[in-house]
Design a protein around this ligand. Structure first.
Ligand code: CA2
Length: 152
């Protein structure tokens, strides 16, 4: 079965407890539960990980090789400047779908640039928790297509 690692970056552990006007009122564990439910429908497996530390996120990306087929990644504020996370994504060679709750292009200018986007398979932003669900669907579609192609 296709296995997907979900990585939530810094401060996303606070979801649902602060700034609901920007990030909504759903907690991170509720998002993880939604993703597990959707994974069941899509016939994929998901495992979730959250860290506030750049190095821990990089380690999780490296360790995904051989254990997961793809990564659903919300890099949080690292999106905008972490060349180290970008390099890890490029190096691991697994498809990565970048997701954001908010529409980063409607926000402050420093959020308009993602250094991750050029090495991601695709990016979804602005749909709140639905961004994660759309991202999981997109990644499952990509990976299940790859599997079918390898069988033929
Ligand atoms: O919209 C997104 O998903 C972001 O990745 C969220 C990051 C932000 O730095 C990016 O520009 C866009 C911030 C996550 C902070 O989450 C909080 C949740 C509750 C309270 C405070 C912060």
């Amino acid at each position: 079965m296709v296995r997907i690692l979900v990585i939530h970056g810094p401060n996303l552990n606070l979801l649902g407890t602060r700034e609901p006007e920007v990030y909504g009122s759903t907690t991170l564990s509720e998002i993880d539960a939604m993703l597990s439910e959707l994974a069941g429908e899509l016939g994929v497996e998901v495992e979730s990980f959250q860290s506030n530390h750049e190095g821990a996120i990089i380690d999780a990306i490296h360790d995904a090789r051989g254990r997961f087929d793809g990564i659903l990644l919300n890099p949080g504020a690292y999106t905008h400047y972490s060349l180290a996370i970008r390099d890890a994504v490029a190096a691991v060679g697994l498809p990565v779908v970048e997701v954001h709750l908010s529409n980063i292009y409607q926000r402050e200018p420093f959020r308009h640039r993602s250094v991750i986007a050029p090495v991601a398979a695709g990016t979804i932003a602005g749909f709140g928790t639905e961004s994660y669900r759309l991202g999981l669907r997109a990644l499952a579609h990509l990976l299940q297509g790859d599997r079918a192609q390898r069988r033929n």
